[in-house]
Ligand binder design. Structure first.
Ligand SMILES: [Zn+2]
Length: 289
């Protein structure tokens, strides 16, 4: 008798447990179904919204097409782009011009001014003496005057630890004599690597010189003006471009196109600042992006 009651008790307990298990399984199913329903609801809303906005866009486009010619639209869009939101994209271009000044310097300054742009002119000592008026014109513009050695010769520049520094000291002296101003911004001929020795680099840095290299070479000294433009469009379209060019006839030919290109692309024009941290191979901060 006692045994029977015990058995019945166990059976009842088992039943209750099973019912409980069923109930939790049922609850899980219910929650899952609710989640599915909520998901369906939201995807339905977003689908309807997308359909509405794309239909709207098509309508707006059709409306514009019916009242404007295509060339008119292109002109309007590029005009809007040049003064509009693209300017805030944070893209910067440093136009850098080596080996001057020359008979082309004034033309470059004029084009820069036309586009409200600026550049950095890395000038050679002898050329500053030959074109003092152009040196003054650079000094009085929004562009930066920088130096590019006396000899432009790697063998002479690195004869001793301070020979390169001495060449830039001489450039500084010439520049101050012509303009009454000073500058510490320099570019070493052929770049600061691989020729510049550690001792020479340290000597120049200690003297306060700001050494600038580049990350896009137009190869303008051997390129046609069309070739220069190809380089600019293919390689010179990163976020932080430091464009290397020279005062050559073919560079002058392409110069306005180059400035216009960057202006249309929404770039901000920057010139190397006297207090700015320079960008060079030693500091490894030449990344295009
Ligand atoms: Zn040079």
């Amino acid at each position: 008798m006692e045994q029977k009651r015990k058995n019945e008790n166990v059976k009842r307990k088992k039943k209750v447990r099973k019912r409980k298990q069923k109930k939790t399984r049922y609850n899980k199913k219910k929650i899952f179904a609710r989640i599915v329903l909520v998901c369906l609801f939201f995807s339905g809303i977003s689908f309807a919204f997308n359909k509405f906005s794309s239909a709207n866009a098509v309508e707006i486009r059709n409306e514009r097409l019916s009242v404007e010619t295509l060339s008119g639209m292109v002109e309007k869009t590029s005009k809007e782009a040049s003064k509009g939101p693209l300017k805030t994209s944070g893209k910067t271009v440093y136009i850098t011009i080596d080996d001057g000044p020359s008979k082309y310097t004034d033309q470059m300054l004029k084009i820069l001014e036309k586009y409200n742009a600026k550049a950095t002119f890395f000038m050679i000592d002898g050329n500053m003496k030959r074109y003092p008026q152009q040196v003054k014109n650079v000094a009085n513009s929004t562009s930066t005057a920088g130096f590019h050695s006396v000899s432009h010769d790697v063998h002479k520049l690195y004869r001793s630890a301070d020979s390169a520094k001495k060449e830039f000291d001489q450039c500084s002296k010439t520049y101050t004599e012509i303009t009454g101003k000073t500058s510490k911004v320099i570019r070493i001929p052929y770049g600061s690597k691989p020729y510049t020795t550690k001792a020479s680099y340290d000597t120049m840095v200690s003297a306060g010189y700001k050494i600038w290299d580049w990350n896009v070479d137009t190869n303008d000294w051997k390129n046609s003006s069309a070739g220069i433009m190809d380089v600019v469009k293919t390689y010179g379209n990163g976020q932080n471009v430091i464009l290397l060019m020279h005062e050559k006839p073919q560079t002058i030919e392409a110069f306005e196109q180059i400035i216009k290109y960057y202006s249309d692309q929404g770039y901000e024009f920057a010139a190397a600042g006297q207090n700015e941290n320079p960008k060079n191979f030693w500091l490894q901060n030449l990344s295009l992006n």
